[in-house]
Design a protein around this ligand. Structure first.
Ligand SMILES: *Cc1c(COP(=O)(O)O)cnc(C)c1O
Length: 450
């Protein structure tokens, strides 16, 4: 019998995170302040504790995972690696398809892999409260859960349109004891200024980031936590790929290609970076980040210094960007609508060491439904992007007869996104063209540095 579920014991949860910086051919470029000079740790310490900043700037290959964090990871880790035999059969492909299933976490996605250590490191630094932003609620619910695990208060600025339209993740955050505000809110100067001009503003991730950062910067007992993009978040997510490597090793397999959906880059880095370590040592493996055609940061953006948020509060980061004031069309993979991308992922792409593809919305839902019918699990709309790209490769293998080994990250389940599936079944979802005009207008506003 072919093994379909490859499991690890609890004591096989990784003891260290893998830091890709140690294996990058060129050192990452530093974040810059408004004066164009590198941002010093003193400035960053206003919003992050020292331990997190040390990870953000580290070049050490292995960073120990504290026992308290591994203890909390045990609530759902190690996650299963599954061979998608039924999907292979449905596609008639000679390719072998494996997926790492991160939807078994309490919040249903990979995001608690970083929320847990962020809450822990803030706790031991004596911090009492964390602020953050959330779009559809995946990150907010993960930080609310993590705050509850370590006794930290969590305050969440949730993009207004999602606050109104997606009440269930808001209820999850409240279940885990967090305070949730619709953003723009009247709690911050940023929010009040926007509401004064436009009382019906529906909010954006960029505005919500500005509000959360403003509040953290103005209170000594409060820090800020970010769910993607930054180096330390990507670092924490590498437990995904480290486990997957061990699981594949148990059955004598190694992937030819690894796919993951890419919004800010954290789950892609999580599964792909541990394989990059082998690639840097000479092994052949292709690492593919998959994004929507409507928000094509990696495939159509420019590699430049830009702000992380809409109002220019954050330092400038060198990354692929569509411009910080780019407003992507309202697609149903909310986690993939960020204007920028992780600086580490961006640099690896710029240097030709990883790949990126963009896929249109309808084709991603078609792939997700095909996957659900074969394998049972209903994927998050974000995960459907990786499934689309992986299925396309498996179909190409059917043409060439090549038995490639393919691995993708099933970053979350879709149980809180069934309204999006409803719209797909009702024929109400659209494919958005590459919004050239909107991107060009936004790129004209890039800060003039670097
Ligand atoms: C947030 C999210 C993503 C995208 O974020 P990354 O930082 O790029 O990983 C992908 N899938 C799911 C299920 C998410 O919740």
């Amino acid at each position: 019998m072919t093994a379909t579920r490859i499991m690890l014991d609890e004591n096989e949860i990784p003891t260290h995170w893998y830091n890709v910086v140690a294996d990058m051919p060129n050192a990452p470029l530093p974040p810059l302040g408004p004066d164009g000079k590198p941002v010093g740790p003193e400035q960053m310490m206003v919003i992050f504790p020292e331990t997190i900043l040390a990870q953000e700037m580290s070049a050490e290959r292995w960073i120990p995972i504290p026992d308290e964090v591994r203890e909390a990871y045990r609530l759902w880790r190690p996650t299963p690696l599954i061979r998608a035999l039924r999907l292979e059969k449905a596609l008639g492909t000679p390719a072998k398809i494996y997926y790492k299933y991160e939807g078994v976490s309490p919040t249903g996605s990979h995001k608690p892999n970083s929320a847990i250590p962020q809450a822990y490191f803030n706790k031991i630094a004596g911090i009492k409260r964390l602020t953050t932003e959330t779009g559809a609620g995946q990150w907010g619910s993960s930080l609310a859960f993590a705050g509850q695990m370590f006794g930290i208060e969590v305050r969440i600025y949730m993009v207004k349109i999602s606050y109104d339209q997606k009440p269930f993740r808001r209820s999850m955050m409240q279940t885990w004891g967090a305070e949730v505000f619709a953003s723009p809110s009247d709690m911050t100067n940023t929010g009040r200024a926007i509401l004064a001009k436009d009382p019906d503003n529906q909010g954006s991730l960029g505005i919500a980031i500005s509000e959360a950062v403003e509040e953290a910067a103005s209170r000594a007992d409060t820090k800020y936590a970010l769910g993607s993009v930054l180096n330390h978040v990507l670092l924490h997510q590498t437990v995904i790929g480290l486990e997957a490597k061990k699981q594949l090793e148990k059955i004598g397999e190694y992937p030819d290609m690894v796919f993951a959906p890419c919004g800010g880059g954290s789950n892609f880095a999580g599964i792909a970076f541990p394989f990059f370590a082998d690639k840097a040592a000479g092994k052949k493996v292709r690492l593919v980040a998959v994004e929507p055609t409507s928000c094509p940061t990696l495939t159509r953006g420019v590699y430049a210094y830009d702000y992380g948020d809409a109002s220019g509060f954050t330092p400038l980061m060198k990354m692929y960007t569509l411009g910080h004031d780019f407003m992507p069309p309202g697609i149903h993979a909310g986690g993939l609508r960020y204007h920028g991308d992780s600086p580490l992922v961006s640099q690896l792409l710029h240097e030709g060491l990883i790949e990126a593809v963009a896929v249109p919305q309808l084709a991603t839902f078609e792939a997700g439904v095909k996957f659900a019918c074969a394998e049972g699990i209903i994927p998050a709309p974000e995960s459907n992007h990786a499934i689309r790209a992986c299925i396309d490769e498996a179909l190409a293998c059917r043409e060439t007869g090549e038995p490639k080994t393919l691995l993708f990250n099933l970053s979350g389940h879709g149980h809180f996104d069934m309204a999006s599936y409803d719209r797909y079944f009702a024929g109400k979802l659209e494919d958005y063209e590459y919004p050239r005009d909107a991107i060009e207008t936004s790129l004209a506003h890039l800060p003039k540095v670097g």
